[in-house]
Ligand binder design. Structure first.
Ligand SMILES: [Zn+2]
Length: 112
């Protein structure tokens, strides 16, 4: 269980496929969506919101979130033992492999 501090936050609603900025660095990880009142999830402000009709990207993001990945930094060690940041997957297929490979770096957000 963990919380993450961002410089600035963005709250994302998977139902409405929308996001809005909140200039807060910490606080609740979840808010009620003002439109549909489903749960919105806090992401870093740098999170790029896909277009509403980009179903495959939204599916990928939701899949990653459900597996504990919401664009926090993920690392792998190279052959010399140096930690390097891993690129996030482009699509759902890649995301499935990613979620297995980096399972030990997944984070479950705490509900407050
Ligand atoms: Zn909503």
């Amino acid at each position: 269980m963990s919380t993450i501090t961002y410089i600035s936050s963005k709250f994302v609603c998977f139902s409405c496929r929308t996001a809005f900025h909140r200039g807060v660095s910490h606080g609740p990880n979840f808010l009620d969506c003002p439109t549909c009142s489903n749960e919105m999830i806090r992401y870093d402000h740098k999170f790029k919101t896909p277009a509403k009709n980009n179903t495959s990207q939204w599916k990928k993001i939701r899949f990653l979130y459900e597996h504990g990945f919401f664009f926090q930094h993920v690392y792998k060690q190279d052959t010399r033992g140096i930690k390097r940041r891993v690129r996030y997957p482009y699509d759902l297929q890649e995301a499935k492999e990613f979620a297995i490979k980096y399972k030990d770096q997944a984070i479950q957000l705490r509900k407050q």
